[in-house]
Design a protein around this ligand. Structure first.
Ligand code: CDP
Length: 248
């Protein structure tokens, strides 16, 4: 939904964005792992004004049976927005956007999970967006990756990411809803932190080669910060389980 023209001033004379951030600042992120009793793994993330829950079930028997793969597990992520998560009530149920987001998130997660260890099974990942403020695919993917680790599913690494975009001809990190609506471009990026492989890369709007290069570097730096927060969330869960003090 980028690319709309508008008179809204998104960056002021001192370089501050509408929520007071500088061009290279991320919104605050909080992650909690292991929040749901009935899921095999779960996580809750607050990323700016985004609030999202991820729940993992499996590896488990796969239905419908005919989609099973004799050589590996099938990882299915389902991205869903609650009707009350956006300004204008979202019609419940899947739509084109959620089908696309579910697919790119499934692909990204499949690149880190050792699927071949669980042939003929399903690993189901539910991402429920409770409150949306742009950047939900990356925030959802972040929560899902922590939830997979929380489920004890063997993985190469977590996945971490951040979106960048273009607002008033400036490349900025981690667009909020107004910046996404009235800005010129939005480019979500996610990586495997250890190898820096890119596992999700999309763009809505227009950026030239140099802008994409700058933006990508900003997104990579930010992803490494997200990675630290993810690991901290997992560590905190085990400190709690052991009955020790966590940061809270
Ligand atoms: O959330 P993300 O930036 O990954 O995806 P997007 O398609 O670029 O959507 C940007 C934002 O638009 C969402 O995070 C929501 O805040 C908002 N949105 C909305 O208000 N109503 C919808 N039906 C879909 C998205």
């Amino acid at each position: 939904m980028s690319g709309m023209k508008s008179d809204v001033k998104l960056i002021d004379e001192s370089g501050k964005r509408i929520d007071g951030r500088l061009f290279n600042e991320m919104r605050p992120i909080k992650i909690e792992a292991g929040i749901l009793e009935r899921a095999d793994g779960s996580a809750y993330i607050e990323w700016g004004n985004n609030k999202i829950i991820a729940a993992v079930f499996g590896p488990r028997e796969i239905y419908p049976k005919h989609i099973q793969d004799p050589s590996k597990a099938v990882l299915r992520a389902r991205y869903n927005m609650a009707a009350f998560s956006v300004d204008e009530r979202k019609k419940p149920g899947p739509d084109r956007r959620s089908v696309e987001l579910s697919l790119v998130i499934s692909n990204a997660l499949s690149s880190v999970v050792f699927l071949e260890q669980y042939p003929r099974t399903a690993i189901d990942v539910f991402i429920e967006v409770l409150q949306a403020d742009a950047g939900t695919r990356i925030a959802g993917l972040t929560a899902a990756s922590v939830a997979l680790a929380d489920a004890g599913i063997p993985m190469k690494d977590l996945i971490a990411g951040c979106a960048v975009g273009k607002v008033e001809n400036t490349i900025v990190l981690d667009l909020n809803k107004d910046e996404d609506n009235y800005g010129q471009a939005d480019m979500p990026v996610a990586i495997i932190p250890r190898t820096k492989e890119i596992v999700l890369f999309q763009m809505d709007g227009d950026m030239d080669y140099q802008e994409i290069k700058n933006g990508l570097n900003m997104a990579l730096d930010a992803s490494m910060k997200v990675y630290e927060i993810e690991k901290e969330a997992l560590k905190n869960k085990y400190i709690k389980l052991a009955g020790g003090d966590s940061d809270e």
